[in-house]
Design a protein around this ligand. Structure first.
Ligand code: HEC
Ligand code: HEC
Length: 325
């Protein structure tokens, strides 16, 4: 009995000492995402959502899909300052990644869409993105392409609707999680990260970056002021003075792969983004060594890209889909 206690004490202290080098709150990316009660997950719904995600029929030109701007092969982004949409127009905000977006408290830089379901109804009708004339027109496009039976199979007899399109896309997005980043493996004792990354990890905690970029997601999921640039953020939605330049704290998960940075894509490099954040949010000027260490740490937060096999989209056999524009 005595031996067992000694053994347990050693394990306890060893475990603790090892855990001590990881600043409080940091930890492994969860694998389970929150799912709203009115949109339960199913394999068939996820598969339909994946098709819709890749479906250019949801754009007026028949050219743009969600994947055009949030490319599954490039970490859910297009790496452009402003994405190209309908008629080669560019919007005024940078496209954030869809990876792990199921974890965010609200969608968009200003949080104007509470859920992924709400968000997914935006782009098809947005005139600078996919520019479809109306919800009815979007549903007609899907019918044309041959989606009726799949919607029925997933959502029941009258299941073909714009709302259900959004539900299916949201269900697919909830599968886009990026586990096993080098940092996650390190936390679990399954791998190591560089000395520079360890210094960066401590630095972000010591200087207070993690007061906002907190927890296992490296975001508090809150909306805070970022007094930088022209965009008024949440104020442009609510009109309230206190919401001026308020944006959601962005996660650091996969941030090394999603340049350029900030809502206006104005920081071309991660180094620049880190320096600006330190200056604007913490009134701190970082040394080059600190910047490089922090970037080395951020690079350990790149997880595994979800394995998304290209779906086969429903198409009528032997006749063209003649979408003008
Ligand atoms: C023309 C480019 C473009 C297309 C097409 C597009 N998006 Fe986006 N997406 C953006 C931009 C830009 C934003 C940020 C807008 C903002 O915050 O005001 C965004 C934001 C998002 C977000 C919020 C992520 C976050 O971190 O808050 C999600 C989720 C998303 N898009 C999913 C989709 C889905 C699903 C589709 C297809 C139905 C789609 N997008 C089509 C450019 C695009
Ligand atoms: C007061 C809260 C706060 C603090 C402190 C803070 N950040 Fe941020 N961070 C934000 C917000 C809000 C955004 C989103 C900015 C935007 O809308 O463009 C952000 C964005 C970023 C981005 C860009 C993410 C992207 O996808 O474009 C990086 C990188 C970043 N922060 C790193 C840091 C580092 C490193 C520190 C410490 C030196 C830090 N932040 C401190 C709130 C904060």
């Amino acid at each position: 009995m005595k031996k067992l206690w000694v053994f347990m004490a050693v394990v306890f202290f060893a475990g603790n000492a090892w855990a001590n080098d990881i600043p409080e709150g940091m930890g492994v990316l969860p694998t389970a995402v929150p799912v709203p009660a009115d949109n339960p997950m199913s394999a068939a719904k996820v598969e339909l959502g994946k098709k819709l995600y890749f479906e250019p029929a949801l754009s007026k030109s028949g050219h743009f899909s969600c994947n055009s701007c949030h490319n599954m092969a490039t970490w859910g982004v297009d790496n452009q300052r402003f994405s190209i949409g309908h008629k080669w127009q560019r919007g005024g905000r940078n496209a954030p990644t869809v990876l792990n977006s199921a974890f965010w408290s609200k969608q968009f830089w200003d949080g104007r869409a509470p859920l992924l379901e709400d968000q997914a109804k935006g782009p098809p009708l947005n005139p600078v993105e996919m520019a479809i004339d109306s919800e009815t027109a979007a549903v007609a496009r899907l019918k044309d392409a041959g989606y009726a039976s799949e919607f029925q199979a997933v959502f029941g007899k009258n299941g073909m609707s714009f709302d259900n399109m959004a539900k299916a896309i949201a269900a697919f997005e909830r599968t886009l999680i990026t586990p096993n980043a080098p940092f996650d493996l390190y936390v679990q004792g399954k791998g190591d990260i560089s000395a520079a990354a360890k210094r960066g990890m401590k630095k972000v905690a010591d200087i207070g970056c993690t007061s906002c970029h907190s927890g296992v997601l490296f975001t508090s999921n809150d909306f805070v002021a970022f007094k930088y640039g022209k965009d008024e953020g949440l104020k442009s939605v609510t009109g309230k003075a206190e919401d001026d330049h308020v944006f959601r704290v962005q996660s650091w998960r996969n941030v090394a792969m999603t340049a350029p940075y900030f809502h206006d894509g104005s920081a071309a490099t991660l180094q620049e983004a880190v320096k600006t954040m330190a200056k604007v949010q913490l009134d701190t000027t970082l040394s080059n060594q600190d910047v490089n260490d922090i970037v080395a740490f951020l690079e350990t937060l790149t997880g595994e890209l979800p394995k998304v096999t290209l779906p086969q989209l429903p198409r009528p056999q032997g006749h063209a889909l003649d979408w003008k524009e």
